[in-house]
Ligand binder design. Sequence first.
Ligand code: FMN
Length: 168
Amino acid sequence: MKISVIYDSKSGNTKQAAEWIIEGMSSVQDVDARAFSIKDADEAFVNESKGIVIGSPSYCTQMTPDMHAWLLASAAHLELAGKLGGAFATAQYTHGGGELVIQSILINELDYGMLCYSGGSGCGEPYIHMGPVGVNSNVEAHNSLEYYKDYFVIYGRRFAEKAVEIFD
Ligand SMILES: Cc1cc2nc3c(=O)[nH]c(=O)nc-3n(C[C@H](O)[C@H](O)[C@H](O)COP(=O)(O)O)c2cc1C
């Protein structure tokens, strides 16, 4: 089963988070998971995917303008309806809007008719709620994107397990 992770990333943090999600997805049997930047998403692979996870940095507590433009224009031509959808974010402040970014991405996915899944607290610890957020060490000395690696990997595994359960 194919699953796509699509992200926007200027300085590499969200790309790194996407790769950690792929690591978790790839631990699930028969899953072929690939990550794409919005600049070079493989349309055929995305259309064949049963699950699509979308991620963005927080820019003024919103998804990036490029991600918003991609969701409005390019994503409208993809086959998204009826597929499992998820979202993730990175930020440089603990309270920098990561979950707001996730919320807006999920709303766009719902608009396209996707079935949104986060794992949520129903999956037990670690509680990931709406989707994983990674906070880097640009500003907060006590933070590091690496601290959030397990959340992204575990989220990826849970998402892929749910996609297999629903669509296989
Ligand atoms: C224009 C701009 C606005 C930003 N606004 C926020 C913000 O509101 N909250 C926050 O926590 N981080 C903010 N950041 C920091 C980024 O979200 C953070 O560094 C992110 O991990 C960058 O992802 P990337 O490396 O994938 O590009 C902003 C960065 C830029 C360039």
